[in-house]
Design a protein around this ligand. Structure first.
Ligand code: NDP
Length: 329
């Protein structure tokens, strides 16, 4: 495993990490969840990503039981939660001091840990003053309940505002962002945030490196059985996977698979390695519903070397979506 500093912090996070969105407490049984976490940990993955909204808290409960039963020393892994969607009532959502505080306490209970290593604001909240959010995170930090805080899918301006507020009031600013990043979704990480890495020391824990499974090629011929698109609550994903826009990507996915084959790896391995080629990616969060998928995806690290500048250029030419000011040469 390779370890990278999370932004400007000293925290060493594994380049590949493991997340539980739609799988834990929902798509898969607890035994598979356990096998996945053990496979990840045994391979050197040290960061497990979660959120209050995943399976309405059940995902954190499942992870909490696995962590407890594992006996892994608490100082060998990093666990996160995210706050934003805690329930239907007005006080159960958003980034108010009240909801942030209560969401943290609830996540600690469900995960059965004394502190969260990373705590993310799962989205921006335009109805809460940013000062209130920064203060609430700072207070949780002072109380030892969280170690680092960050954002997810905030725009560059909002992240910069949070830093300005923190600086003016001597508070701790957000360290990391959790944005979507994959071959089909590059603009924000490669272009919009380009100044934040050096200026603010921003780290990134990127999500959906396989574009939710699209970059495995398994959706090329329609919607296969036994995948996340069968989950009733993911109607939006089903419609996305069958949209005209997605259909037009299929020839590109087929050509990407050919490049992967030329390199001697699989398409998922190449797609994940491609994300890690970007030095501003601190960690790529993998999702999996089966141990075999995770084992295959762990092979991405071995594929890194094969992604030479020539291969990266070949991929860029094929994708045709490289932002104007790339972050790597
Ligand atoms: P991916 O894009 O990597 O998709 C993972 C899914 O693709 C798996 O669950 C599986 O789905 C399929 N898959 C994975 N590997 C293979 C393989 N080798 N062969 C075939 N199919 C495969 O990541 P996710 O979309 O799951 O996101 C990863 C994590 O990022 C989440 O768990 C969560 O922690 C985080 N996240 C954060 C968000 C945010 O807003 N902050 C939003 C979304 C995710 P299946 O078996 O069902 O086909």
């Amino acid at each position: 495993m390779e370890y990278r500093n999370l932004g400007k912090s000293g925290l060493k996070v594994s380049a590949l990490s493991f997340g539980t969105w739609v799988t834990f407490g929902n798509q898969i049984d607890d035994r598979t969840a356990r096998d996945l976490m053990h496979t990840a940990y045994d391979a050197g993955i040290n960061f497990f990503d979660n959120a209050e909204v995943y399976a309405n808290g059940r995902s954190e409960e499942v992870m909490g039981r696995i962590l407890k039963e594992s006996g892994w020393p608490r100082d060998t892994y990093i666990v996160s939660s995210k706050v934003f969607w805690g329930g239907d009532r007005p006080t159960q959502r958003g980034l108010s001091r009240k909801h942030i505080t209560e969401a943290c306490h609830a996540a600690l209970r469900r995960l059965q840990v004394d502190y969260l290593d990373l705590f993310f604001c799962h989205r921006a909240d335009r109805e809460t003053p940013i000062e209130e959010t920064v203060w609430a995170m700072n207070d949780l930090m002072r109380q030892g309940k969280i170690l680092y805080w960050g954002t997810s899918e905030w725009d560059a301006q909002r992240i910069t505002e949070a830093h300005m507020v923190a600086r003016a009031q001597n508070l701790v600013p957000p360290l990391m962002e959790q944005p979507q990043y994959n071959m089909f979704h590059r603009e924000r990480v490669e272009f919009e945030y380009r100044h934040l890495y050096d200026h603010l020391g921003l780290g990134t824990t990127i999500w959906s490196p396989l574009a939710s499974g699209l970059l495995t090629g398994k959706y090329n011929a329609g919607l296969p059985e036994g995948t996340r698109v069968q989950l009733p609550e993911l109607e939006w994903l089903r419609s996305k996977m069958t949209s005209e826009e997605t259909r037009q990507l299929i020839p590109k996915i087929q050509q990407l698979a050919q490049i992967a084959q030329d390199l001697g790896c699989t398409l998922p391995q190449m797609a994940i390695a491609w994300c890690l080629k970007n030095p501003h990616v601190s960690t790529a969060i993998l999702g999996a519903s089966r141990v075999e998928q995770l084992k295959e995806n762990l092979g991405a690290l071995a594929a890194l070397e094969a992604l030479t500048p020539e291969v990266m250029e070949r991929v860029d030419t094929l994708l045709g979506n490289k932002p104007h000011f790339p972050v790597y040469g």
